[in-house]
Design a protein around this ligand. Structure first.
Ligand code: ADP
Length: 855
């Protein structure tokens, strides 16, 4: 037992196990190689075994044939040898008798005939003496006389002295050797191969001649080689020169080929170089000529070829398998890295597959889900019925293409929203084997959507509740993209309202001239596109009898189209109030002018009194001189002309006052500053003269025309001049400080651009701080009879002309030397004054008539 354990015998099962282990240790590529090479090697080994078996059999056969040949050849040789020896012995006996008993020729002939009769191979028996003379001769001829050319029977070849022939050579040799001797083979007269035996006759005197016997080699073969031998092999006799003398068959085997078997033995007891050759009839079957061998080779080649084909096929299969494995791995990796949950069901609703994402979503493992039947564990309890219905719908293939929203319960009990898409699962044969469901978690998406819709709702609510009409119109299609409630209320549902609001504007947005201003892409004015929010416009809609403040801007609509958004706010009420205020202001201005005139009434009366007194004086003078008859026609004409001039002057004053107080609609027109100044100074001059105040006027040359209402501007200047005169007069300024300066100059400032400035500077006491602060307040006055609306009116007039009014005190050191009111009105400074040129010299409108101070 212990011995067995120490050296276990390699039992077959153990060997099998070892081989199995070795096989498993090999790498797959090596296993492949072995699996491929194994059959190939075994086929080659089989081929080698078959070849060597054939080789062995062939050699065996050759050996056997060689052995048979040797035996047969030797048998033939033995037969011939025995005969020849027996003949030789017989002849030696005859020779002895011939010598000892003194036999004559006749007796010899009898003996020879007997000898020859029994031996068909012997052609000639002759007795010759030492001188080569024939004593007796017995010849058998196989020669047929009719075939000979001359019909003569040839003489047998016997030794002739000094003749070089085989017979002579043998004769001499036998005489010298004194024993029987065979000649070399030679052809007789008929060409048949023959040889001779010379048996010497030795008597008491020595050599006494010889018995010559001629053998036919052909006959030797024919009669002494057994027929079994000749049937199996070709037996031939070769001369000393290895030339075939004769053979049992006429085979053309003169030259020995490698394939033929041959065996040569010397032809004893001839000792004349002749040999007996035995030759195999059949050429032994070589490997190359063996059909069976070639069939085996062909089959082996076929097997190898098929093995190689199988190997190539396997290699291709291996490549395909590798690609398949790669593809499978790739798909599995893809499947595992997917965030969408996948679930496959068979046609009965049994789960056949879930991917890792599905497991991660639901919290259940693959083992818990696969092979499960509905109701599935991830269905919330309160929704089992609904889910069952959805599943039925799914199995019947009626699920909506857009997917279904479901609630999914995780293993931990939490619930999330998911969207499921169902598609049929088709196998490679094109048959449906089940349903594939993909699931995505839409909780976050749903929350965002809810938030969006809530914010959208808020947004629409705000827009809908807005008092302003909001509308968005696509620029290219002219189609309304959005309207709010106010818009629909006022304009209905069509785009006409939107177009109305844009086209009735001050500048129509789409019709612009000049290619440079038009954006080639959208056909929109570039100016409009560039402005982030266009200037608000006030638009009156006739059909609604309403005013709107319209703001428009261009925007990119949600679908990318260019659109125009309008926000139209109803400003009808404001416009009404503004209109009313405007009317009131106009009325106030008119009233103020009347008040001014009322205040100036005494001055005006005084002003008019002068010409009227003058007229009266002239008329009285003329009347008295006409009555006295002292007046010349020329004097009278001159006096009447003076009268008319005075009347004209009075008329002018009245005309100016009428023009000033006449209530008219505010009318802007191109007006020259110089005209306005002239009229204002003319009217104010009445008051200035009464208050004994000088005025100095300066109007710059070539001023551009102003787009103003001249009466209103004149009213402003009148007010400023009147206030200045009142301030000087009320402060009872000394005559040195009783003057006013009115200057009109063009100006340009960064703030206002180009303007014309009217400034009134007085030499009065100036204004206190509190007065300065409240200057433009309505009904603020420091005067006993003051109304306090003058400056307030001035400001509203100037501001309605987009101008400005400023007031300031003038100082000389710390003491006030007067004050200055400046009014600026916008103007295009590049436009130069037209019409009558203004005097180059400053207009001296100071009223310094002598009456002024006295009256
Ligand atoms: P009223 O002249 O009827 O008082 P205004 O509106 O014309 O009304 O003037 C308001 C006040 O401004 C005047 O009461 C006066 O105190 C002051 N004021 C106007 N112009 C001057 C001036 N040139 N110098 C000093 N004070 C002036």
């Amino acid at each position: 037992m212990s011995d067995l354990r120490e050296a276990p015998k390699p039992t077959p099962s153990r060997l099998k196990r070892l081989a199995g282990r070795w096989w498993r240790q090999q790498s797959p590529s090596r296993q492949d190689r072995f699996a491929t090479m194994g059959p190939l090697v075994s086929v080659l080994l089989f081929l080698a075994a078959i070849t060597s078996a054939f080789w062995y059999l062939r050699n065996e056969e050759i050996d056997r044939a060689t052995e048979a040949l040797h035996r047969d050849t030797e048998v033939a040789q033995q037969q011939i040898r025995l005969h020849l020896i027996e003949n030789q012995e017989q002849l030696v006996r005859m020779a002895r008798e011939l010598v000892t008993r003194d036999i004559d020729a006749k007796e010899f002939m009898d003996q020879a005939a007997t000898f020859q009769r029994e031996r068909p191979e012997v052609r000639l028996v002759a007795w010759i003496n030492a001188q080569r003379e024939v004593r007796a001769s017995q010849a058998v001829s196989t020669f047929h006389p009719e075939t000979a050319p001359n019909g003569e029977i040839p003489e047998p070849a016997l030794p002739v002295e000094n003749q070089r022939s085989e017979a002579e050579a043998a004769f001499l040799a036998a005489r010298d050797a004194r024993q029987p001797l065979y000649s070399k083979p030679y052809n007789d007269a008929q060409g048949a191969p023959v040889f001779q035996l010379h048996v010497p006759l030795i008597d008491r005197h020595g050599f006494a001649g010889a018995i010559v016997v001629e053998y036919s080699i052909e006959a030797l073969l024919r009669y002494f080689v057994p027929t079994e031998v000749t049937r199996r092999h070709a037996i031939a006799v070769l001369g000393p020169d290895q030339r075939v003398l004769t053979g049992t068959v006429n085979t053309p085997t003169q030259t020995q080929s490698n394939n033929t078997l041959a065996y040569q033995v010397p032809l004893a007891p001839l000792a004349n170089g002749m040999q007996l050759r035995g030759q195999g009839f059949r050429t032994s079957i070589g490997l190359i000529g063996n059909t069976l061998f070639w069939m085996v080779v062909a089959l082996s080649v076929l097997t190898v070829w098929m093995l190689l084909g199988t190997w190539r096929h396997m290699r291709r299969r291996g490549q395909i398998q590798k690609a398949l494995v790669q593809e499978t791995n790739f798909r599995r990796a893809m499947e595992n890295s997917m965030l969408t949950g996948m679930r496959a069901m068979d046609m009965n609703g049994q789960v056949t597959y879930v991917n890792p994402a599905f497991c991660a979503m639901t919290g259940y493992s693959e083992a818990e889900l696969v092979d499960g039947f509905p109701p599935f564990p991830y269905w919330p309890e309160d929704r089992i019925e609904e889910n069952m219905r959805l599943l039925q719908q799914e199995l019947q293939g009626r699920s909506p293409a857009g997917g279904i929203e479901v609630k999914v319960k995780r293993k931990d009990g939490s619930v999330f929203d998911a969207r499921m898409y169902v598609s049929p699962l088709i196998d490679p044969k094109g048959q449906q084997t089940g349903w594939m469901t993909s699931m995505t978690n839409i909780t976050e998406a749903k929350r965002i959507r809810d938030q969006l819709s809530a914010s959208h709702e808020r947004f629409t609510t705000v827009l809908e509740q807005l008092d302003a009409a909001v509308s968005v119109l696509s620029v290219q299609q002219g189609e309304l993209l959005f309207t709010n409630r106010s818009y629909r209320l006022w304009f209905g549902g069509d785009a006409k309202g939107h177009e109305g609001l844009t086209s009735v504007g001050i500048s129509p947005p789409f019709q612009t001239e000049g290619d440079d201003e038009v954006d080639t892409l959208s056909g929109l004015p570039t100016q409009e596109l560039m402005e982030s929010g266009a200037q608000p416009r006030e638009v009156y809609i006739e059909s609604l009898q309403m005013w709107f403040d319209v703001r428009s801007r261009y925007l990119q609509w949600t679908d990318g189209r260019l659109a125009q958004m309008l926000i139209a706010t109803d400003i009808t009420a404001r416009r009404r109030i503004e209109e009313q205020a405007q009317q009131q202001a106009e009325r106030a201005a008119a009233t103020s002018r009347l008040i001014t005139m009322g205040e100036m009434a005494s001055s005006v009366a005084h002003e008019l009194n002068q010409p009227l007194t003058a007229i009266t004086n002239y008329c009285n003078g003329i009347v008295s001189r006409v009555r006295a008859g002292t007046i010349q026609t020329e004097d009278m004409i001159a006096a009447l002309q003076k009268t008319a001039r005075q009347a004209e002057r009075a008329g002018q004053v009245i005309h100016r006052i009428r023009a000033f107080v006449k209530r008219s609609e505010p009318q802007r027109q191109a007006s020259q500053a110089v005209d306005i100044v002239e009229d204002a100074v003319e009217l104010a001059g009445i008051e200035l003269r009464r208050r004994k105040v000088n005025i100095h006027t300066y109007v710059a040359q070539r001023l551009p025309p102003l787009m103003v209402d001249p009466i209103l501007i004149e009213q402003v200047l009148m007010n400023l001049l009147k206030n200045a005169a009142e301030a000087i007069d009320n402060a009872q300024m000394p005559p040195s400080r009783r003057h006013i300066e009115l200057r009109v100059v063009p100006k340009h400032s960064a703030e206002e651009g180009g303007v014309i400035e009217f400034s009134v500077t007085d030499t009065g006491p100036g204004m206190k701080e509190d007065v300065l602060a409240r200057l433009y307040e309505a009904f603020f006055s420091t005067k006993v009879e003051g109304m306090g609306i003058g400056l307030s009116l001035c400001r509203s007039i100037i501001e309605s002309h987009q101008g400005r009014i400023r007031a300031q005190n003038l100082y000389n050191g710390s003491s006030v030397t007067g004050c200055r009111f400046a009014v600026t009105l916008p103007v295009d400074l590049t436009q130069k004054a037209e019409g009558p040129s203004v005097p180059d010299v400053p207009m001296e409108a100071a009223v310094s008539n002598p009456n002024a101070s006295s009256s």
